[in-house]
Design a protein around this ligand. Sequence first.
Ligand SMILES: [Zn+2]
Length: 266
Amino acid sequence: MPATKTSSRKSITSLKVAKKAAKTAIAEKPTAKKAIKSKAEDGVPLSTIIRRRIQAKKAHFHANDNIAQFIEPGDLEGLVDEVAVKMQAVLESLVIDTESDHNTRNTSQRVAKMFVNEVFNGRYVEQPTLTKFPNVSHLNELMIIGPITVRSACSHHLCPIMGRVWIGVLPSKESALIGLSKYSRLTEWVMCRPQIQEEAVVHLADMLEKKIRPVGVAIVMDADHFCMQWRGVKDRDSKMVNSVMRGAFLKDANLRREFLALMDRR
Ligand SMILES: [Zn+2]
């Protein structure tokens, strides 16, 4: 019997601690406090409010979807605070003493910021604006951009995916061209979401086709998957390479060979 008493008292204490930590987390960010107040007067979590906006438009919000059109000013700060509160509960459930272990004291807030503002930010912000240049010199030669550094995460375990991407473009004389740095920006925007590699490269290829309207587009991605290195089979050397070939790259074996030979995979 006393054991039951102790454990129930303990759980009450840890709940209090969680609530206190959550309050502290909110208090640390004054702007976020305002956002939460304005969005959730009736106690409805901000994520629920955003979800309702998405559902009203019959859109979906899978891990690799961009939901920027449903995000209002101040929402991201509010989301950081909501995630921090729930992350704190995860740490509590993992039986980590975030009160006396100073290393984990603000971990929930740090992880929340990292998810929303950094590693999954491609879900919440608009596509980077692209300056398009008319193809004045009517370039129709193969262009290769890369390697572009890729940081993403698998949607199954939220483990990092670190890799490189090469993009091949065969413009038509009528294609709009985009600045070289924009290929990196677009890639980053697509990759900063939880996803699987196969879908990520297809998504990137779709976007480039739509933007540039080239005769062909080719993408190769090679990446380390931490869900195979850090956990699971713990195979440190396993990599995943996949490619998407569209248009001329699909039809013309010589063009494909040229692209694969010129991209430097060292
Ligand atoms: Zn995984």
